[in-house]
Every structure is written in structure tokens, then in C-alpha cells.
Write a protein that binds this ligand. Sequence first.
Ligand code: PEP
Length: 253
Amino acid sequence: MRRYFVGGNWKCNNTIAQTQSLINTVINKLVFDANKVEVAVAPIFLHVPWVQANIQKNVQVAVQNSSLTKMGAYTGEISVEHVKDLGIPWVILGHSERRQYYGESNEIVGKKTRLALDHQLSVMACVGEKLAERESGNTTQVIQAQLEAIKKELTTEQWSKVVVAYEPVWAIGTGKTASPEQAQDVHAFIRGWLRSQLGTQVEQATRIIYGGSVTEKNAADLIKQQDLDGFLVGGAALKPGFADIVAAANKAQ
Ligand code: PEP
């Protein structure tokens, strides 16, 4: 049985006061069975030390990116060594906003994923199609290419520290959630790909989570889908409704 996984991606939001308030009023009040659900939240880098020092023990801390390069003369970057040094267990890689605004290709995402895993971090690896790609019937080809670029870099064993986040780009921050059936179709495709490319053990162990306008209103229906193991939540992760999303995973069968 896979543990459900709920990630909160706070993106480039929140002053320190807002982050403190979110931790104190929402995150530290979350009640869930940690044997059943794993929860991680990703503040901006600058807020990480405060969050680490003040967050409840059942909620893990993630970062939203890490550098393609290691520690060294790379002005402005934060390397996987720095992330590890701070004791942060998770990194989100391949988010569509990184792909869209910062030119991260499939190849870059694959290499970043490898670097993070080589430094014992766990990775939420994001994949997902744009609206035009879905409308032209290319959803699975796009996702397959994104997954193949990651697979090219990893050993089979390294997949044990990867959570695949299916995040259709047209659903992120738009209020247009994929229907449970649309999400399930793609999750089933990803699970089939994991089985055919990496074997039954990886397929059965790997969490595939959904992201794209998840809210407290749609989480309970989405989580009923057979191949959906949780969520990556953006906008709603900044609000009290995040507690209901975690509760939906905690209640799921
Ligand atoms: C995200 O940023 O990963 C995301 C899914 O955002 P939202 O929930 O706001 O669509």
C-alpha cells in the first residue's frame, strides 16, 4: 500500500509574517495519520530556516528548485549540497513555471533530478501537457518524453525517492481542474509507463500525485481515483482549505 502524499507549493508568495501565520494557523494545526499520509510544504528559500525551526514534526519541508550545477562559482544559485546541508528532504523539480519562465528543458529536469537524488534528496518530479498539446491529442507523447528524460539519468533504485506529479499546465493556477476521469487516464498511463520501463516493483511503489487547481471542494473526488496517490497544491496551499485537502487524503480508502 502506497502512502498518500500531499505537497504544498507556496511558489514565490508570502512575506515572512504571512509564512509565520500560515505555519501557526494552518500547517501546525494539521491532524493526519503520518503512516497513511506524507505532507511536505515548500516555502521560498529564504523562509526555509524559520519554517524548519517552527513546523510540526509530521510535516516535512521542501524547496521549489535546486541548481543544475554543484557548489561553486555560480552566482545566484542554490545547489543540492546546500539543500542537503540544511537537512531539507524534498525538492520540487520540473515545475511547469520553471519550464515556461526559466527555460528548463526535459534534459535539464532529468539532470537536476539525477543531481538531487545523487545527494540523497527526494524529488517531486513534475510532468504535464499544455492545453494545445492536449487538444492536438499529444498528451501522452509529451508526458512520455518528460519521463524518458528523467529515466535516462536515473538508476532503477533511485526511483524509490521520486514522486511523480502530474500537473496539466492548463490546470495550474487557472481554476480549471482536470476531471477525476481525465486525471485518472493520465495517471494510469504513467503507471503503465513505469511498469513497462522500470518493472512492477517501481510501478507499485511510486506515488503519482495530481496538481492543478486542487481545492478542498474537488480533492475528495479526485483522491478516489485508483492511480491517484495525492496532490501537489499551489494556490490552495496558502489557505486554510489546505487542511481539508490533507483530510481528504487522510480519509481516502
Ligand atoms: C502548482 O503550483 O503546482 C499548482 C498545482 O498550482 P495550483 O494548485 O494553484 O493550480
